[in-house]
Ligand binder design. Structure first.
Ligand SMILES: C[S@@+](CC[C@H](N)C(=O)[O-])C[C@H]1O[C@@H](n2cnc3c(N)ncnc32)[C@H](O)[C@@H]1O
Length: 312
């Protein structure tokens, strides 16, 4: 393992430095007895979550369906790789991505669309991709061709990354799926470097009408349904929702009608995770005040860029 990258990681049980045990194919803690298996070149910091965390299991299933071509093909949530890159540049006000330097941590990489396109367009940056789902192990084959990309399986609420070590953190559509939005912002904010470290996250707004949200509420606790039931529901309900969008033009925070495949994928995405928080701009303000984040900007609905000033 690259020693500079290993220096950024820490034991999630006692916060101590890790070392690489090549023979055993684990990262081991230099202080306590914790060991983290390296699966397909990806250190796994919360492997048990894949069996006992509803969110980790749900997203593992979701990305497996996606990879099998059962929903969208080149797009993810109706977005192309270039849209992902554009949004990343918009988030951090980047003019020239090709000269972009520093360590970027993408939290909740999902399909890997963003890190893939970032790796191609920001060769001077060091890119770490983290996700709780098992898709992260499958991304290793695609990402191994980029020397500046490193993947880890981990939980953002207990990240295996040292405090004050990352320059840019980007997390889109992720923190509303954790048990605590405030806890997530606090955790990620703590990882940022002091001087001009930047955290951008995009989260569901609570103030926009969303048909997916209503559907989820109508179903009660759909995340408790069997995986097959959720999959079938996503296929059966998609045409009805698509016709509804077509007629009403209320696209659920999109500006145009999405394809049937995207609507179907979004249904699975909405009914599967255990947590699906939605927040208001007032709540963001409240969280930032509590965390003493003085320099923050709300970008559209609902992206937030938080910047660490020197004296914070
Ligand atoms: C809705 S997907 C978004 C994926 C990607 N950011 C995108 O915009 O396409 C949410 C992702 O966050 C990951 N995730 C959810 N909770 C997480 C946690 N506590 N720690 C790390 N990743 C998490 C899920 O596994 C999933 O891949």
């Amino acid at each position: 393992m690259n020693s500079k990258i290993l220096d950024l990681y820490k034991c999630v049980n006692c916060d101590s430095q890790l070392k690489d045990n090549i023979e055993k194919e684990v990262l081991e803690c230099t202080n306590c007895s914790s060991e983290y298996p390296i699966i397909n070149k990806v250190p796994a910091f919360c492997y048990n979550a894949l069996n006992n965390n509803i969110t980790a299991k749900a997203f593992s299933e979701q990305w497996t369906h996606y990879k099998n071509g059962e929903y969208e093909e080149d797009e993810v949530f109706g977005l192309k790789a270039s849209d992902y890159l554009e949004h990343f540049c918009y988030a951090f006000n980047i003019k020239n991505i090709h000269d972009f330097e520093g360590t970027i941590l993408e939290v909740g990489v999902g399909s890997g669309h963003l890190i893939n396109v970032l790796a191609q367009n920001a060769p001077k940056a060091t890119i770490i991709g983290m996700d709780i789902s098992d898709n992260i192990f499958k991304l290793s084959n695609i990402m191994s061709k980029y020397p500046n990309v490193f993947l880890i399986q981990g939980d953002l609420l207990n990240p295996p990354i040292k405090k004050f070590s990352i320059k840019y953190i980007y997390s889109s559509g992720v923190i509303h799926h954790t048990k605590s939005v405030y806890g997530s912002i606090k955790s990620l904010w703590g990882l940022l470097k002091d001087n001009n470290g930047q955290l951008y996250f995009w989260i569901y707004p609570s103030y926009q009408y969303c048909a997916y949200d209503r559907l989820r509420n109508m179903l009660g606790k759909p995340y408790l349904f069997k995986e097959r039931t959720r999959y079938i529901l996503s296929k059966i309900l998609a045409p009805f929702l698509w016709v509804y969008f077509f007629i009403t033009k209320k696209y659920s925070y999109k500006i145009s009608l999405e394809s049937l495949k995207t609507v179907s994928f979004r249904i699975f995405d909405n009914i599967s995770p255990e947590f699906q928080h939605r927040v208001s701009k007032e709540e963001i303000k409240e969280y930032c005040e509590k965390l003493n984040i003085t320099n923050y900007t709300i970008k559209n609905d609902l992206g937030v860029l938080c910047i660490k000033d020197k004296d914070e």
